[in-house]
Design a binder for this molecule. Structure first.
Ligand code: ATP
Ligand code: MG
Ligand code: MG
Ligand code: MG
Length: 439
């Protein structure tokens, strides 16, 4: 992409309404524009990051054997009356009436709708196990939408639902989700720690939240510092193996890690004092096992091997896709701007032409731009008639992992400069070696 033809409305001033770094930086880098309280338009740069996160979530869900679908944002109130949640959900639910006076709502989550799909089409245990998921906008009329996309009212969520014959199978689905979530966050360059949590309005007994440690997080968390040493890494996992998934769960829940809702000082105080941590975290996902709560209320049964109809065991599993954009910035920024991890960066490489209009510099930039793009990299070429200083400031603000600086002086020596956004380290390199250095 040539910046002269792109739409990147960066702001010079720090917007007064933004209280935390990620919100400030998303506004300043022209990633989002508020449409109304807690509702945002995604501008081109922000949209690219959102799509990258979605792509990783899709890939990891499907790697775990989960099946993508897409359900609507608007739902009929009748389904929610069946489960009893239409009245129970409270003012966070946006209720709408259509022209025929039918009660509708903008879905805050989809347990009822997916259970309805399941009961309409599945009747035998032979079709199980089954996990369906989608990535779709949700609406929750939060009392205090704030921090930009972190606590929006309209937000993008991946929500998945498992259907199993027995509790044991459903717990395997739970463990499988935990493993796939560990992989998902690590691929984005994030450490998200599974913590014992409270189930809230979804209901159920077993639940973990995934938290990214950050001072600006809204949750208070208590953990044993040893938990932060655990990495999933690139280990191979067979998602069908009950034993393998179970052992990953045991490993990653073997140290104390809880949110304030389930915190137990009596257990916490047994951890050696130098390992006890009280901190703040951002909830980027949550998994639940809730058994037959919805299947019983809504009549989602299958015929078991014994021929008897039995309600399926279910769980639901969410990832805050749009919140992750903010969480990633909270975890990856410095005083100059954002520092994107490679996997989610809107572009991986920026080219800065320090002397636009100089025939040699322009030609070298054009050649690099074409070559790197052909090599499969996503490149933003700053070809504007701007001062070099302003171009550097924009690149630092939008945080592309690598910058190539091209100018007549370097080209005379036969080199360009390759700079790493995170370390700030630069090296001189021959233009023809850049592609190899980046791929
Ligand atoms: P919170 O405690 O932050 O209100 P939640 O527990 O109500 O979140 P869940 O029902 O567990 O949310 O939804 C799954 C995920 O969706 C959350 O882990 C979070 O990452 C994301 N999420 C929830 N509410 C919002 C919101 N208002 N804005 C952005 N993302 C959200
Ligand atoms: Mg909530
Ligand atoms: Mg929560
Ligand atoms: Mg939650």
């Amino acid at each position: 992409m040539r910046l002269s033809r792109y739409f990147l409305p960066v702001l010079k001033e720090t917007p007064a309404e933004a209280q935390i770094a990620s919100h400030r930086l998303m506004l300043r880098a022209g990633m989002i524009k508020q449409a109304s309280a807690g509702i945002y338009s995604w501008l081109p740069l922000g949209y690219r990051v959102l799509r990258n996160i979605e792509r990783i979530v899709h890939e990891e869900q499907q790697r775990a054997g989960h099946i993508p679908v897409l359900m609507p944002t608007l739902q009929s109130a009748d389904l929610w009356r069946e489960s009893g949640r239409y009245d129970a959900y409270g003012p966070e639910m946006l209720r709408i009436r259509d022209r025929h006076d039918r009660d509708m709502l903008y879905g805050p989550t989809n347990e009822e709708m997916i259970t309805d799909i399941f009961r309409s089409h599945v009747s035998s245990y032979k079709d199980l196990p089954m996990t369906l998921y989608h990535i779709q906008w949700k609406f929750r009329d939060e009392v205090r939408p704030r921090f930009g996309v972190m606590r929006g009212r309209e937000f993008l969520m991946k929500d998945g639902y498992n259907f199993d014959l027995t509790k044991e199978d459903a717990l395997h689905a739970y463990n499988r989700h935990l493993v796939s979530y560990l992989r998902t966050y690590e691929r984005m360059g994030l450490q998200a720690i599974p913590m014992r949590a409270d189930s809230g309005p979804i209901g159920g007994d077993d639940t973990h939240e995934f938290l990214v440690l950050a001072e600006t997080g809204e949750s208070e968390v208590f953990y044993d510092s040893e938990i932060t040493d655990l990495k999933f890494g690139d280990r191979e996992i067979d998602y069908d193996s009950v034993q393998q998934c179970q052992s990953v769960l045991e490993e990653f829940t073997s140290r104390y890690a809880r949110t304030d809702e389930t915190h137990d000082p009596a257990i916490f105080d047994q951890i050696p004092e130098d390992r006890r941590r009280v901190a703040r975290g951002i909830e980027v996902g949550q998994i639940f096992y809730f058994g037959t709560k919805y299947s019983e209320a809504m009549g989602a049964t299958v015929q078991g091997p014994d021929g008897k109809a039995t309600p399926v065991h279910m769980g639901s599993h969410g990832i805050g896709v749009s919140r992750l954009v903010g969480a990633l910035i909270e975890a990856n920024h410095d005083d100059k701007g954002i520092v994107w991890p490679w996997e989610v960066a809107p572009f991986q490489v920026g080219i800065v032409n320090v002397k636009q209009g100089d025939a040699t510099a322009d030609a070298a930039c054009d050649a690099l731009y074409k070559e790197l793009t052909a090599a499969g990299l996503e490149v933003l070429y700053d070809d504007r008639e701007e001062r070099a200083g302003a171009k550097f400031a924009t690149m630092d603000l939008i945080g592309l992992p690598k910058r190539i600086t091209v100018g007549p002086r370097g080209l005379e020596k036969g080199v360009v400069e390759l700079t790493d956004r995170r370390t700030g380290e630069s090296e001189e390199i021959k233009p023809e070696l850049v592609a190899a250095a980046l791929t």
